[in-house]
Design a protein around this ligand. Sequence first.
Ligand SMILES: Cc1cc2nc3c(=O)[nH]c(=O)nc-3n(C[C@H](O)[C@H](O)[C@H](O)COP(=O)(O)O)c2cc1C
Length: 222
Amino acid sequence: MKIVAINGSAKGKESNTNIMVSAFLRGAEEAGANCINIFLAEKDIKHCKGCHTCWTRGPGQCVTNDDMLSILSEMSGANIIVFATPVYFGNISGLLKVFMDRMTMIGSPHSQKELSQSNNQIKSAELQIPKLIMISNCGLPDRKEFDVVSLWINRVAEKMQMGLVGEIYATQGKYLTSPPEEFKPKINEYIILLQEAGKEIVTHLSLSDAINNDLNRGFASV
Ligand SMILES: Cc1cc2nc3c(=O)[nH]c(=O)nc-3n(C[C@H](O)[C@H](O)[C@H](O)COP(=O)(O)O)c2cc1C
């Protein structure tokens, strides 16, 4: 199984988001998955110009020359894509939104079968419809901060016809990178839960109610 994570935090490897994603991927790797962790903060991804050239001239033929095609190449053959973001103004980060808009390139109905013909980097045999996982953290303690993120990923899954197999949200994300001493045991338990979630995805392609319930209780009750 191949899992590719797309981290939309401006803080890249240093982000609270990455603590969550890395733990999840660690568990998945222990269960045998091949994982790639991509940080949009390290990439040159320009905004979509909205010209739809990628649909009319051919999928993958974006007028903009930046890191997008090499990321799509890394994503090809993925069984699972993890989208990960901090909450910014009750929403996903700008980095992730810009990336997602450029995914229009593979969103056309004819893209999946034609992308390989127009771009040698992406082989058709490797193209398949992956499942999605959403991972996010926010600063505030209220889980309502994830309402828009959840709505967004559910709409993306619908539009891209990709099954959404997990949503993992953590409030008070700063404790992930810098927990006060009394919080450390709870954070460690949460990290172990994330690893278990990664293992479950590899073995069952879904998250059990038990692990969902534990993850959704957050740090306060783990
Ligand atoms: C521009 C900006 C907007 C933010 N908006 C929210 C918000 O609406 N709700 C919230 O709970 N936290 C908000 N935060 C806090 C971040 O979600 C929080 O610090 C998070 O842990 C950052 O994750 P990261 O380290 O993965 O980037 C915001 C932070 C920034 C920089």
